[in-house]
Design a protein around this ligand. Structure first.
Ligand code: ATP
Length: 264
């Protein structure tokens, strides 16, 4: 972990759907340079929280700010401009496009030319496209996706598609990456590969990560900080070690036969 100030600040956020309180006065923060994980049982409100941060949902109450700038009222598609990018619980790729083109789509927030410019200022647009393409190629190499560069995303194995989605989010060059269950449905080898990629993104590319994940082995191995949600409320937050030894967390979530998380 490289920094010590909060990049993302969540203050007293509540979210209600008709008569369901998905989030109740949730406060927590994500320190710059950290990998922070949000864990909790099914239905605890984790995805709802990510959706509030990314702008998909509007909190009923409370404030979310990034680097001191409040996100309320900023539409989801403008939040990339604040340095935010995310992946989804269910893969959301352009299945008919190649890996390279999916990453180029992820880069659209950084393109300075539109369709007209690409028609009338072909040379300029082409030069910019070359620059973006080089950046995308760097990401493809970084994530070891080179062998799949020109393959159609929808035809790739599940674990590779999840990495392509990660690459697409990374293509926006975010300061904060929101990852919703990146290891879901993966085998052990794919899980370890994904965990390594997340660590590398954090350490080598200096990207802060806010992770929702059910795989406790991964969460405890790679996180600097863990926030536990239960029934839409913060049950505990602290270092992985403190969380594993927190009696409230053990009884609500992590408990096994002798009540302790044993690692992988
Ligand atoms: N769009 C929605 N409309 C109505 N209720 C919703 C909606 N999204 C979430 N909820 C409800 O909010 C609560 C929290 O759901 P959420 O998906 O955020 O939990 P979660 O912790 O991400 O669960 P999981 O681990 O199963 O993905 C649940 O009771 C869920 O049914």
């Amino acid at each position: 972990m490289n920094g010590s100030s909060a990049l993302l600040e969540i203050k007293e956020v509540s979210l209600t759907f008709k008569n369901v309180a998905a989030l109740s006065r949730v406060s927590c923060s994500v320190q710059k340079g950290s990998i922070t994980s949000l864990i909790g049982p099914n239905g605890a409100g984790k995805t709802s929280m990510l959706n509030c941060i990314s702008g998909r949902y509007t909190p009923t109450k409370g404030k979310i700010s990034m680097d001191g700038r409040e996100l309320s009222g900023v539409p989801a598609h403008k939040r990339t401009g604040f340095g935010l990018a995310r992946t989804f619980q269910n893969i959301a790729l352009f299945r008919g496009l190649s890996v390279l083109d999916n990453l180029m789509v992820g880069r659209h927030s950084r393109l300075n030319y539109g369709l007209l410019a690409s028609i009338f200022y072909l040379g300029k647009a082409r030069a910019e496209e070359t620059r973006h393409r080089e950046r995308v190629e760097d990401i493809i190499d970084f994530l070891n996706l080179s062998a799949y560069r020109h393959q159609i995303a929808g035809h790739l194995p599940y674990g590779v598609q999840k990495k392509v989605e990660l690459g697409r989010a990374l293509a926006a060059e975010p300061e904060l990456l929101l990852l919703d269950e990146p290891m879901a449905g993966m085998n052990l080898e794919e899980t370890e590969d994904m965990a390594r990629s997340i660590l590398d993104i954090n350490e080598e590319w200096d990207v802060t990560v806010f992770l929702v994940e059910h795989d406790m082995g991964v969460v405890m191995d790679i996180s600097d900080h863990v926030v536990v949600l239960d029934f839409g409320r913060v049950l505990a937050s602290g270092t992985p070690e403190a969380i594993q030894n927190n009696p409230k967390v053990i009884s609500a979530y992590l408990g096994d036969d002798d009540g302790l998380y044993k690692g992988r």
